[in-house]
Design a binder for this molecule. Structure first.
Ligand SMILES: [Zn+2]
Length: 134
């Protein structure tokens, strides 16, 4: 079964057994591992290095860039981990998929800004947003 969410677990050493839906990150060893999000059971290793993958711990979950592409595996999975979401990009390039996501996020933010701008909820909302601003 394809997963849509993944959560972060910081570890020192990688465990022997992996659970689906968890991104294991060892910053000491500069590596992240998880089970392929399609459910095939494949262990995916993504070195956290300037030349390989970059990892970010956001309030919503982990982000990993660039995408994870298991081309050499039977499942051929291809996805991006963004804010704890598993964003599938089978027929689109990851850049196109993420550009669409950013566009949706901006549209949603603009919608709520307009909705709550004039009253006290707006001020509370902006205050809250300020708290969680990255
Ligand atoms: Zn897979």
């Amino acid at each position: 079964m394809k997963l849509n969410r993944i959560s972060l677990l910081r570890v020192h050493y990688m465990p022997k057994l992996f659970e689906p839906g968890i991104l294991y990150v060892s910053e000491e060893y500069g590596t992240a591992m998880h089970l392929c999000a399609c459910g095939c059971g494949l262990k995916v290793t993504t070195p956290i290095l300037p030349s390989r993958w970059s990892f970010k711990d956001t309030p919503h979950g982990p982000s990993l860039w660039p995408s994870v592409g298991n081309w050499t595996q039977p499942c051929n999975s291809h996805y991006v981990i963004d804010d704890g979401d598993i964003v599938w990009c089978e027929s689109w390039s990851p850049e196109a998929v993420m550009a669409g996501r950013e566009h949706e996020k901006a549209k949603r933010a603009a919608y709520y800004d307009k909705l709550y701008d004039r009253d006290w909820i707006g001020r509370a909302w902006n205050w809250l947003k300020g708290l969680f601003a990255r």
